[in-house]
Design a protein around this ligand. Sequence first.
Ligand code: 6PG
Length: 486
Amino acid sequence: MDQQLYDFGMIGLGVMGRNFLLNVADDGFGALGTDIDEDSVSALNSEGKDMRVKGVGTQKEFVSLLSKPRKIMMLVPAGKIVDNVIEGLLPLLDEGDILIDGGNSHYDDTDRRYAFLKAKGIRFLGTGVSGGAKGARLGPSIMPGGDRSAWEDVKPILETVAAKVNGEPCVTYIGESSSGHYVKMVHNGIEYGLMQLIAEAYDVLKRVGGMGNDEMSALFTKWNDGRLNGYLIEITAAILKFREEGTETHLLDVILDKAKQKGTGKWTSQSAMDHGVPVPTIDAAVTMRAISAFKEYRQDNSKLYKPIHPDEVALKGEGLADAVEKALYFSFITCYAQGMQLLAETSIDREYNLDLEGIARIWRGGCIIRAELLEKIREAYGKREGLKNMMATKEFRDDLFACRDGVAEVIHQATERGIPTMCMSASLQYFDAFRTENLPLNLVQAQRDYFGSHSYERLDQKGIFHTSWDAPREAKVMDPPSGAEG
Ligand code: 6PG
C-alpha cells in the first residue's frame, strides 16, 4: 500500500505549483497535487502523464494519498487564502505532518501561523521560493525557515529540486520562525532595487544617448558577459529586442509605464525603517513604482512644465555606455549591501541567527536576483564573521571607488535633462553619506534641542546636554540621560 503513496503534495496548481511538482517528479519522487480549479488539476494530469504525478480534486483524497509524515506545500496567493487552506486542511492532518507555505507571505503572518500550528502538533515551514514559473520547473532558489526537524525531513526533496551552482543546491535551512519569509522578502526588496536601476539605465541610454532598443539589447548582452552578469540583465537584453510576431514594433514600446506591486518591496522598506536600517535604493524603487501609478498627474505635469534641453552636448556612444555600466555596477553593489545589512541587523533584533554567507550562496542560482556579484558577496561574508555592511570591505571599496565617477556622470547627464534617476541617486547618496565622518546632523540635534529640549551629546565632553538657546551661556548637563525623546 505504501508503494502507491506519494512523497510530496502541493496545494495550488497554478503554473508555479504545477511546475514545482513536475520538478519534484523529475527527481524520482511521487508528486501529488490538488486545487479547487478543475482545469488546473487536469493540466497537471496531462503535463505529468508519463511521470509519478497525480492531480486530485478533493483535499480528503489528497491527504489520504500522501505518505506520513505528510509533506505538503501550499503555493497560493499570500493573505487570507493561506489561512483558509490551513483551516480546511487541519482536521485531515496528523500530528507531525509538515506544512510548507511557499508563497510570499508577510513574516508577521508566518510567525502567527508557526505558533498556531506548533500548538496543534503540525510542523510549519515558511518558505521563500524564487525563480518564477521557469525556476519552479528547472530549479528555484528555496529559503525554508521554521521547524528544524521538518527541514531535515524535506531536505532530500528540496535539495534535489533546487537550482545547483557548482553542484551546490540553492537551498539551506534559514532559521527559526519567519526567517525564511523574511529573507525572501529582502530578496524581493533587492529585486525591486535592481529592476528600477536597470530601468533608469535604459532611460538614460535612450534619452541621453539616443540609443534604439536593438542597440541597447546588444549592449545588455555584452554586459551580461562581464561583471554585471545576472538574470535581470539577461532578460532585459531579451525584452529590449522582442517584437510581436509579424510586426516591426518592439513590444516594450507599447507597454504602459505603470508598475504594479504585490507588497514585498514595500514591506522591506517598512521593516528597514522599523529596525533603523537605511535601504534608500530599495525605498526609491518602491517610491518610483508609486509615482509610476500616477500616470494622469504625470501627463498633466508634463504639459505644465516645459522639457529641459540643456546647451551642454550629451555624453554619447561608448563614453555613455561605459558610464552607465559603472553606474549600474556601483548601484548594484550598494543595493545588495543594503539588503545584506538589513539581514545582518534583523538577524540579531529578530533572533533569526542568519548565516549570511549561506544566504548569498543560495541566491547565486535559481532566483530572480542571481548574479555573478553574489559569488563575491558570498566570499566577503564567508571570510569575515560578523560582517554587516560589505561596503566596509577592501574588495568592494576598490570597486565602489573606481565606479563612483561613472554614477556621478550618469546622474549629472540625466539631471541636466530632467530625467529621473531616483534609484541611482539614492545609491550614490547612500555611499557618500556612509563614508562621511562628520555629517551635518549636529545641526539637526541642535534644532531638536532648541525647539523641544530633546538634548544632545557633545564631541568634547561626555554626557547628555540641554541648552536654553534663547539665553545661551552654558550647556546644562541632563540627569537622568534622556527623558526627552517625546
Ligand atoms: C521571485 C519573484 C516573485 C514575484 C514577485 C513579484 O522571487 O520569484 O520575486 O516572488 O515575481 O513577488 O513581485 P511584485 O508583483 O511585487 O513586483
